[in-house]
Design a binder for this molecule. Sequence first.
Ligand code: GRF
Length: 203
Amino acid sequence: MGSGTGSNAKALCQAARSNESEYTVELVLATSPDAGICEVARAENVVLEVIPASVKGEEFSTKLCSLLEQFRIDVLVLAGFMRLVSPKVLTYMNGHVVNIHPALLPEFGGKGMYGLRVHEAVLAKGRRETGATVHVVTEQYDEGAVIGQTKVPVYAEDSPASLQQRVKESEHQLYPVAINQYIRDNFRNSVGSGPIADKSAVS
Ligand code: GRF
């Protein structure tokens, strides 16, 4: 689910075709019909659903939960989704909601830390190293257990845009690997049964 260019969604769809993949991409959810992620869904032949940005709060959560149920989604993967995920959705998914952030959390995360702002902050602090983090989603921005991280060098000549580009390339490598790891760690034989089944209880 996202509203950005969809480069991470593309990387996840492409990696899902590998024989080694623990997951398939059943649905792409976008919050704008014009977002690049919609183009990615079409190109990758994945079902696309759009919940317009004008749909907010309880109405958004209810629509989202009904799609997650309809498509029997086990893990909700955020890739450029800008809003907080509601407690209703987190509860519905049994906590199986993950996100990727373009920095080494817990640093350079939280409300307002998105897009180029993250990389501007890293450069302003004079860091020689940054990276990307895949983490479990909670009710707060960019908190929750870290599933995987990858480090990326910062060069003296970097601009926020060049740094963003380098970090994005590392995100595309990290995200499928981290999702596969998350599935191995949290699911056994019940993948595809939807979040209603309590996977953590399956042995
Ligand atoms: C990525 O940088 C990701 O870390 C952040 O949002 C951006 C989405 O980019 N959460 P894209 O739409 O996948 O290109």
